[in-house]
Design a protein around this ligand. Structure first.
Ligand code: ASP
Length: 353
């Protein structure tokens, strides 16, 4: 793909507008194809994707595995409890074992921020030809979720041409546990790159004021921001203030497993102040879509009836869009490893067989 220069995908802070456009365009093409069962694209025939998930996952892992199969890649899955990690092997040595078996892409999830980055750097140093795709690391980053959220919103605002442009000038409210959310962080890079105005909403314990400057400078280790001009970030402490004029609302799960202290007085109170319901949503002044990365705590961040209401809820659509987005990422990374896809009998491998 012209202009695509990433060997690994670790953090959306490194994405330019052209990168977003490339991923969205490929995802839109994949989304339009009737792929299921034996009907696949030959694009990644002979390539191997290995998923190394050292933290639980329902959607992301199965979505990556399905995406790889739809591109005819081989898929290998690693279970930490039944592996040599439990015998003391380092993650780098485990990863190198899979590379020796032929892995072209390692999809890595870890509860500690920075692990996919360190792994990618160490594998590069060892001279291994393998791409690392971050599938969520601690509080840091979840690029494929940020991209599928972007794709879902772009398709909502501009169904015929879901490009980054579709987000320009939109007011997107993100409400909830921003502090512990890698999804929010990835969305902040993606949405502001596309020119959206983001309103973050939550109590100070879950949304420190410093988030207003989240995209003001690239993260440590990255020399410059590849995006010349970003949309704004505003902090709000009340939904009554944040919702009027919103074009979409994204709710976040309370990440209880990452809260090391009592950050809320009660879940009931949280729901009353920051939970979304049909009534609350009326504050937007028109019917707006609601997103949630899942898993959802029903009745806490989102009322059950709203989650199940197809007039508003894009939650299932997000899951559906996750597959073409992950196909796009795998295609871009794995196609760069090994012989070019154009060398396959079916041209660039993007015609279904
Ligand atoms: N599934 C998302 C993640 O892995 C969101 C969540 O767990 O709340 O970060």
């Amino acid at each position: 793909m012209s202009g695509w220069s990433h060997r690994h995908v670790i953090d959306l802070a490194a994405f330019s507008l052209a990168d977003y456009a490339t991923v969205l365009e490929l995802a839109q093409r994949f989304r339009a194809l009737p792929l299921s069962g034996a009907r696949r694209l030959p694009a990644l025939q002979g390539r191997l994707m290995t998923s190394l998930f050292i933290e639980p996952s329902t959607r992301t892992r199965s979505s990556f595995e399905l995406a790889a199969r739809r591109l005819s890649a081989d898929v290998q899955s690693f279970s930490p409890a039944a592996s040599s990690l439990s015998k003391g092997e380092s993650l780098l040595d485990t990863a190198r074992t899979y590379v020796a078996m032929g892995a072209n892409v390692l999809v890595v999830r870890h509860r500690c921020a920075g692990v996919p980055h360190t792994l990618a750097r160490d594998l590069d140093r060892c001279g291994e030809r393998v791409a690392v795709l971050n599938a969520g690391d601690g509080l840091h980053s979840h690029p494929s979720q940020g991209l599928l959220d972007l794709f879902t919103l772009a398709r909502q605002f501009s169904p015929a041409a879901p490009t980054p442009e579709a987000l320009r000038g939109k007011r997107i409210v993100i409400v909830g546990d921003v502090l512990h959310s890698r999804v929010a962080r990835s969305n902040l890079w993606a949405l502001t790159a596309c020119g959206a105005s983001v309103v973050l909403c939550g109590p100070p314990t879950l949304l420190p004021q410093q988030f207003a400057a989240f995209v003001a400078a690239p993260p440590p280790g990255q020399r410059q921001d590849p995006v010349a001009e970003r949309g704004s970030i505003e902090i709000s402490r009340s939904l009554e203030q944040a919702l009027p004029g919103a074009d979409a609302v994204m709710t976040l799960r309370l990440q209880k497993e990452r809260m090391h202290q009592q950050l809320l007085t009660s879940l009931d109170r949280y729901h009353r102040q920051f939970g979304l319901s049909h009534r609350r949503l009326e504050l937007c002044g028109r019917a707006v879509p609601v997103l949630h990365p899942g898993p959802v705590n029903r009745g806490v961040e989102l009322a059950g009836e709203l989650l199940d209401d197809p007039k508003h809820s894009l939650v299932e659509e997000q899951v559906r869009n996750g597959i073409p987005i992950r196909m796009a990422l795998l295609y871009l990374l794995a196609a760069a490893e090994g012989p070019p896809p154009a060398a396959t009998p079916a041209g660039d491998g993007l015609k279904a067989v």
